[in-house]
Design a protein around this ligand. Structure first.
Ligand code: EPU
Length: 422
């Protein structure tokens, strides 16, 4: 197994180009199951998760071809209508094939994902929503067995909590349902807007993009189209925080600054100079001057993203004063705390609340630490970049799920970072 080694304490400087968003690529790839023909997806990041999704689509019968960051997916002949446990257990987002398979084949069998490192993460809103639009969903032998004899029928779905992949599954399923479907209290993440645009370009009739109420007028058939994945706002946010933590200055480019409203605000409150252009965000930590502690609370978009909570915590360990971080989305998303403590961080937790006593800019020290999930791992990378001395991060396969060319990108900013065999 490989580990990541970082010699910290070097301020990062320069530009860093942001890749396509993992969490947009996955639903857009699944949406190609909705109709036969060759679909084109551009700006697709080459990540462990997108490769897993390609393997799942191939199992279902899709012919996949990649040329650089362009992915051609030909879904003319489907051979299976199930997502096996072996694939779903390595990537929960595999559940995204449920909606499109059901819409096209009138039945689907998808393994229940089960819990993961950040929480229980049930999919009951997905199945309850599909039932509202005419599907029968039973749980048998660990699988969701869904069926809609004669096709899905429009209906009204109210989500108790805005769910990102739940909204995406329902959106895809409802495109081919008979009549009108309304999704209320839907998630508003930019990745959902990307999916709405793709589905509409395929001939779907969806209105209400970016709002919490999406209306889908079902159509009889869809056609393949050419679409581009939006930039990864979580990757952009992670590098902005990394530059700030290292005491440097730089820009993330090829990103959409409008997709990071809450992070930009919090970074400014922490005392950083942040400037936004249409497709870049620059950050300057004013030669490593003191950071101010800032409270955050994770919320559905446009609130502060849970996927940037761990990274912001790493930054706050370097600030002056104390602050709280309240994780409201997932019940177990503080796995990075114990590892940050190994590097000297002063953090107390009580359920979903963490209290951070800032150590100041030079407070962290390198240590051997272990990555536990994707975003927890990136917070350890940030802490390691800021820490004095060497940090060895084991189990980096987590990072490879969501950060394209991490070592190359950080090296481009001047970081001393490399991979070694454990
Ligand atoms: N929830 C339920 N029942 C459901 C669905 C969700 O109780 O049927 C709860 C969840 O347990 C959670 C809340 O609703 O408490 C919101 O979860 P959501 O369904 O929105 O999460 P998700 O769709 O499974 C996506 C991202 C996650 C990201 C969350 C929140 C993808 C592929 N995954 O997950 O990304 O953290 O939304 O923004 O889009 C990551 O990239 O590291 C990652 C975990």
């Amino acid at each position: 197994m490989e580990k990541l080694v970082i010699e910290g304490g070097i301020p990062l400087h320069g530009d860093i180009r942001i890749s396509g968003a993992k969490n947009a690529a996955l639903p857009l790839m699944a949406a190609t199951l909705l109709c036969p023909g060759e679909h084109t997806l551009r700006n697709v990041p080459n990540l462990r998760d997108t490769r897993t999704m390609i393997r799942l689509l191939e199992y279902l019968g899709v012919k996949a071809r990649r040329e650089g960051d362009v992915l051609y997916l030909n879904s003319t002949c489907l051979e299976h209508d199930d997502a096996p446990y072996e694939m779903v257990k390595t990537m929960r987002a595999s559940v995204l094939v449920l909606g499109p398979l059901l819409a096209r084949c009138y039945k689907a069998r998808v393994s229940l994902p089960g819990g993961c490192a950040i929480g229980e993460r049930p999919v009951n809103f997905h199945t309850a929503g599909l039932q509202k639009i005419g599907a029968r969903c039973d749980i048998e032998d660990g699988y969701i067995q869904a069926e809609a004899e004669g096709g899905l029928k429009g209906g009204t779905v109210y989500f108790d909590i805005p769910t990102v992949t739940g909204t995406e599954n329902l959106l895809m399923a409802a495109t081919l349902a008979a009549g009108k479907t309304i999704l209320k209290n839907a998630a508003r993440e930019p990745e959902i807007g990307n999916l709405v645009d793709m589905l509409n370009s395929m001939g779907a009739k969806i209105s209400g993009r970016d709002s919490d109420t999406l209306t889908i007028e079902g159509v009889h058939a869809l056609k393949p189209a050419d679409n581009t994945i939006i930039p990864d706002r979580i990757e952009a946010g992670t590098y902005l925080i990394a530059i700030a933590a290292s005491g440097g200055a730089g820009r993330v480019t090829n990103c959409c600054s409008a997709h990071l409203p809450s992070l930009v605000e919090k970074l400014r409150q922490a005392g950083l100079d942040v400037e936004e252009g249409d497709s870049f965000i620059s950050i300057d930590s004013r030669q490593g001057s003191a950071l101010t502690c800032v409270d955050i609370q994770t919320r559905p978009y446009p609130g502060y993203p849970t996927d940037l909570q761990a990274q912001f915590m790493a930054l706050m360990t370097l600030a002056e004063g104390s602050c709280t971080i309240h994780e409201t989305i997932f019940e177990n998303r503080f796995m990075h705390v114990a590892e940050l403590r190994r590097m000297g961080a002063k953090i107390k937790t009580d359920g979903r609340l963490a209290l951070i006593s800032g150590l100041g800019r030079n407070g962290l020290r390198g240590a051997p630490v272990m990555a536990t999930d994707l975003r927890a791992s990136s917070s350890l990378v940030i802490a390691a970049l800021a820490a004095e001395g060497r940090t060895d991060i084991s189990r980096i396969y987590h990072l490879e799920r969501g950060y394209e060319n991490l070592v190359e990108k950080l090296s481009g900013l001047g970081a001393k970072v490399w991979k070694e065999q454990e």
